[in-house]
Design a protein around this ligand. Structure first.
Ligand code: GTP
Ligand code: MG
Length: 203
């Protein structure tokens, strides 16, 4: 994928703010601190487009980034962040459900999991949920720089098993630190665009 342009369009807190142009969207979900915002920056070749933090709970809004004026990458707030109140958790759930369930132009939802760890109970629930909506064909295993190639293979096998992934679904390892896995992730996204018959220019 050749990235010609990438810009933030809106940080939305309510559906009325979502872009209305019906361009295809690819969203990132996963627990807080797993590397969703970092992955967006990395695959776009941008340093600070999406805000990144060492402290979990950085992304609090639904952020729409427009790529090549053709499609959106969507950064979502993470889950599993212990220091949030019950009411915040409820509003997070509502915001996610409103977005994920009511977005016809949403083409794929990527679940991001940390390559070093077993998927959490929340990861499993999230994966079941996105599968229920027909997504979940691509899982991204983040922070691949933290373990060896050999361990990565084992870990990917474990992730597939724990999430009960279908044989045609893909796990793509990525490292934002070392800038690894970028082409593989774009290839997987492009394949999804092709399968969904979308006129995205692939160069
Ligand atoms: P929330 O917005 O809180 O949901 O988190 P997020 O999933 O957007 O995570 P974010 O991209 O902000 O990254 C969290 C932390 O992980 C930051 O300190 C990043 O520098 C670090 N990080 C992200 N990706 C990688 C990676 O590939 N390798 C390493 N070593 N660290 C990473
Ligand atoms: Mg974030």
């Amino acid at each position: 994928m050749k990235i010609k342009t990438s810009d933030i369009v809106i940080s939305a807190v309510a559906p009325a703010q979502y872009p209305e142009d019906e361009l295809p969207e690819i969203a990132m979900v996963g627990r807080s601190n797993v590397g969703k915002s970092s992955t967006i920056n990395t695959i776009l070749g941008r340093r600070n487009l999406a805000r990144v933090s060492q402290n979990p709970g950085k992304t609090r809004t639904i952020n729409f980034y427009i790529i090549n004026k053709e499609f959106y990458l969507v950064d979502l707030p993470g889950y599993g962040y212990a220091r949030v109140s019950k009411s915040e958790r409820a509003s997070w759930g509502k915001m996610m459900e409103t977005y994920l369930a009511g977005r016809p132009n949403l083409q794929e939802v990527l679940l991001l999991v940390d390559i070093r760890h077993d998927p959490t109970a929340d990861d499993k629930l999230m994966y079941e949920w996105i599968r229920h909506y027909g997504y979940g064909r691509i899982v991204v295993a983040t922070k691949s720089d933290k373990i060896s190639k050999n361990q990565q293979q084992k870990s990917i096998k474990n992730i597939r098993q724990k999430l009960q992934m279908a044989s045609d679904a893909k796990v793509v390892p990525i490292s934002s630190l070392k800038k690894l896995g970028i082409d593989d992730l774009w290839k997987a996204i492009e394949k999804q665009f092709e399968e969904n018959d979308l006129p995205i220019t692939i160069e």
